[in-house]
Design a protein around this ligand. Structure first.
Ligand SMILES: Nc1ncnc2c1ncn2[C@@H]1O[C@H](COP(=O)(O)OP(=O)(O)OP(=O)(O)O)[C@@H](O)[C@H]1O
Length: 241
């Protein structure tokens, strides 16, 4: 599949199959094409050539809202409706034609207290807003979860906790999850499989263990070197103290 903007091939002839149930992290430098690739899955972007299929069906067939109801999508700034309460935001995707949403159950899944349900998004912390975004993404019983830098604006402790909660939900609900992240350590710790993008192409497709063993090639090695060096430097400080 290919998507170009002018002379830039944002996604350059990528062929990829993701089995159901996998947790895939998409990493790579800024501008390497991660978001573009992700957005072709829920049709926010239409490829110039090639196609995307889910369970054999082309995502281009049928109305886009119908497709998107089956796909959870979480991005950095959440996109909650400011004039609706938390509960209304979570129930929103199913308003049109869906089954009623168990808001309390959804709040439990993302470890938010029920008394937040009547607040507006402006009355929440960034981490809480992101949890509401995840609850909303899953409210329609989506089995496919797309996440684009969902933890980007959060402090490290919140980020870590939320990453682990998402991995927990992935396992509990049997989701297929695709996570775009700038944080290679996060990718290595959460995903089953890491795809490394560079200039629109997938240059490494490996498990975290394989990447850490240096089997991902030069671009992947350069990414993995960062947390590895940090861990080494921290261990040295600890050893010296
Ligand atoms: N709407 C657009 N119009 C023109 N060029 C675009 C558009 N969207 C993306 N691009 C270009 O396509 C390339 C890939 O962008 P994309 O957002 O997919 O990268 P990314 O890896 O997700 O980057 P980041 O990590 O910074 O979010 C970049 O060169 C970008 O400038």
């Amino acid at each position: 599949m290919t998507k170009a903007y002018g002379g830039t091939r944002a996604v350059d002839d990528v062929t990829l199959a993701i089995p159901g149930g996998q947790f895939v992290a998409l990493v790579g430098q800024s501008g390497s094409g991660k978001s573009t690739l992700l957005k072709t899955i829920n049709r926010l972007i239409v490829p110039d050539a090639g196609r995307v299929t889910i369970d054999g069906a082309d995502v281009g067939d049928g109305p886009a809202p119908h497709l998107r109801r089956r796909i959870g999508y979480v991005f950095q700034n959440v996109g909650l409706f400011p004039h609706l309460t938390v509960a209304e935001n979570i129930a929103m995707p199913q308003r049109i034609g869906g089954a009623p949403v168990d808001v309390g159950g959804r709040l439990d899944q993302v470890e938010l207290p029920h008394d937040l349900a009547d607040r507006s998004p402006a009355q929440l912390s960034g981490g809480q807003r992101q949890r509401v975004g995840i609850a909303r993404a899953l409210a329609g019983e989506a089995k496919l979860l797309l996440m684009d830098e969902p933890f980007g604006a959060l402090d490290p402790v919140t980020r870590d906790a939320l990453g682990r909660r998402v991995r927990g939900l992935h396992d509990e609900l049997g989701l297929t999850t695709i996570l775009v992240t700038h944080d290679i350590a996060e990718a290595l710790l959460l995903a089953d499989r890491v795809l490394v993008m560079d200039a629109g192409r997938i240059v490494a497709d490996a498990t975290p263990a394989e990447l850490l063993a240096g089997k991902g090639g030069p671009v992947a090695d350069a990414l993995v070197a960062v947390p590895r060096e940090q861990a080494r430097a921290l261990a040295a400080i600890e050893g010296g103290g």
